[in-house]
Design a protein. Structure first.
Length: 147
């Protein structure tokens, strides 16, 4: 819990965040529901940062990211649903025509994911097999200054 508190407290000073590609969707659909209290607390702090500071630099990564670091499903540095989550990442990269190591602002990347996926049938094609799909389907996208 101490490391979580430290991570949350450091959040407002962050200028860069490492994200798996499909988390460009999840962050915009987040409404306070998570895998456990620690994950939800970190996700809440992260979404708050990105909504208030959309110029935050995002670097896309393959495998575990800054969010996964606080997830109970990360086991030995690897997601316990690695195949499924890697498929989500690949689908987002393909739909948005992004390279796996793209670095850009949250503003640019979130608008890209929003317009190409979340506002289209791509969302249903990509997300239908996710355990959170029923919730995300009825969730309005979190608004920041950019969308
Ligand atoms: S359905 Fe799953 S992958 Fe898609 S935005 Fe929601 S949590 Fe993320
Ligand atoms: S379920 Fe897997 S990809 Fe999603 S946050 Fe947890 S460790 Fe990361």
């Amino acid at each position: 819990m101490a490391s979580l508190n430290a991570a949350v407290n450091r959040m407002e000073n962050r200028t860069e965040v490492h994200l798996r590609p499909h988390h460009l969707l999840c962050i915009q659909k987040f409404t306070g529901h998570g895998y456990d209290a620690a994950f939800t607390a970190f996700m809440t702090a992260l979404t708050g940062l990105l909504r208030s500071q959309p110029q935050t630099r995002i670097t896309l990564v393959q495998g575990a990211d800054d969010l996964c670091a606080h997830c109970p499903h990360l086991c030995g540095g690897v997601c316990d649903a690695a195949k499924k989550t890697a498929a989500l990442d690949a689908a987002v990269l393909q739909a948005c025509k992004l390279a796996p190591d793209t670095a850009d602002t949250w503003q640019t990347l979130s608008v890209c994911a929003y317009s190409i996926i979340l506002q289209s049938q791509e969302f249903h094609k990509i997300c239908a097999r996710c355990q959170w799909y029923a919730l995300c389907k009825i969730t309005e996208v979190l608004k920041n200054d950019t969308n």
